[in-house]
Design a protein. Structure first.
Length: 195
């Protein structure tokens, strides 16, 4: 299968809801706790090395970043959340920004929730799930860094997450390092966008 995301390019960042791109076409957002490997996942799925910036300091994605795939399809990189060193004022700003994004975007077709397989379903992940499901936004959970666990442990974690999330959310194992699950993630993303 060819990769429709290979042509993705950065369009603009949003610090305030007024900075959002016009609400037309279709977009899928990526959200995840800081250090869960969100930027790496976006890059590997897109088949690009530096589409989303990877930082050694967790919590560096502080804006909502919009990437264009074609004239009517976009990827959206949401701020990394849950990093302890972020000041409370910044956390409040992120909450307002995220709330505005989920409540206003009619073009939002789905959310990829990126979670470290070793620490899935944190309080922050649950909050993100609540936001998405409150606005009928389909969610696909990406359990990243699967190469860090044995196959058996990774499989049982995936089963546990699927059991806890029920039918409302799909979930898979993923590793940007070993490329495990890249095809499945790409196919799910394409399906969400109707590509």
């Amino acid at each position: 299968m060819s990769n429709p995301f290979q042509k993705a390019r950065f369009l603009q960042s949003a610090w305030q809801p007024g900075d959002f791109l016009p609400d037309k076409g279709l977009e899928v957002a990526f959200a995840g706790r800081s250090n869960a490997g969100k930027s790496s996942a976006i890059n590997v799925i897109a088949g690009q090395k530096q589409l989303a910036r990877i930082s050694k300091t967790p919590g560096r994605t502080q804006l909502i970043n919009f990437f264009e795939i074609d004239g009517s399809h976009r990827l959206v990189d949401l701020p990394g959340y849950g990093y302890a060193k972020v000041p409370e004022k910044m956390r409040r700003h992120w909450r307002v920004l995220m709330e505005a994004y989920f409540s206003r975007r009619r073009s939002l077709e789905g959310l990829f929730l990126v979670m470290d397989v070793r620490r899935p379903l944190t309080e922050f992940d649950e909050r993100m799930l609540d936001w998405a499901l409150a606005y009928d936004c389909p969610v696909h959970a990406l359990l990243t860094k699967a190469d860090k666990l044995s196959r058996g442990k990774a499989a049982s974690t995936l089963l546990g997450v699927r059991r806890e999330l029920g039918d409302t959310v799909t979930a898979q194992l993923f590793s940007a390092h070993s490329k495990q699950g890249v095809g499945e993630a790409r196919a799910t993303l394409a399906r969400m966008m109707g590509l």
